[in-house]
Design a protein around this ligand. Structure first.
Ligand code: HEM
Length: 224
């Protein structure tokens, strides 16, 4: 496969009605989850419940993000190309939860009225903000019309930004003192694994692309 092509079926809309309904159900379930969390934040039964909700929104964002990042290697490993069609819903939900998490903090976080200043003062918040900003163009270009308009090659180049964004998101989580024994530790290991696997695949693709014309030349010399 060439370095800058999108595998067939990776972004194409599902040809199966069942899959389309499953995706709708997934979006509805995510909306229900976000609504329930926000309802809990506004009807607090325990002290600091809003803080817990805020962290939970961030954690769900990472859960969707890593599910999305792991889909490609898993689909290749288990020869299930159709799984890749779930990357878009998962990626969009990762972005949506990160955005709600940020807006919720900015509106209702405990450090009001210095909340905006604190984003610059505390590096982990600035890192989270950079990750969120990196996700914006990815979410904005996650629809078929834009992919066609951008051409798959440019789309794929742009979407490589998901890797630094994932690394920054994990750094943000760890710097927010999430205990490393648990989800945060798992994401640290996964982000290293996913980045290494991606770097290996890209290097291999570049090498084989570079080797192709060289082989042709050698062949023509031999024939000549
Ligand atoms: C892609 C973007 C982001 C992701 C994936 C994300 C994810 C997370 C996660 C998983 C946690 C929980 C850490 C724990 O378990 O203790 C967290 C905490 C937090 N995040 Fe984010 N976050 C993002 C962006 C932001 C931004 C832009 C802000 C604010 C400007 C922010 C503010 C916070 C705050 C205030 C906490 C709680 C820290 C504490 O209570 O000690 N996050 N974030």
């Amino acid at each position: 496969m060439s370095l800058l092509t999108i595998p067939r079926g990776a972004i194409a809309p599902s040809p199966y009605p069942v899959e389309r309904w499953l995706k709708r159900a997934f979006y509805l379930a995510c909306a229900a989850l976000a609504g329930w969390l926000l309802w809990r934040a506004s009807h607090q039964h325990q002290p600091f419940e809003a803080d817990w909700v805020n962290k939970e929104l961030g954690r769900w964002s990472l859960r969707f993000l890593f599910a999305c990042l792991l889909l490609s290697p898993l689909s290749r490993l288990l020869r299930q190309p159709a799984w890749r069609r779930w990357r878009r819903p998962l990626g969009l939900m990762a972005f949506a939860f990160a955005a709600i998490h940020t807006v919720h903090f900015l509106l209702y976080g405990r450090v009001w009225p210095h909340r905006m200043a604190i984003v610059v003062q505390r590096p982990y918040l600035a890192i989270g903000l950079v990750a969120l900003i990196l996700f914006v163009p990815l979410a904005a270009t996650s629809n078929d019309a834009v992919v066609r308009w951008m051409t798959p090659r440019r789309w794929r180049l742009l979407h490589l930004a998901v890797y630094p964004a994932a690394a920054l998101s994990v750094a943000h989580e760890v710097m927010a003192y999430a205990p490393l024994i648990g989800e945060a530790g798992l994401y640290c290991a996964l982000v290293v694994l996913v980045l290494a696997a991606k770097a290996w695949r890209e290097t291999r693709a570049v090498r084989s692309a570079a080797a192709r014309p060289a082989r042709k030349v050698r062949g023509s010399v031999a024939v000549g």
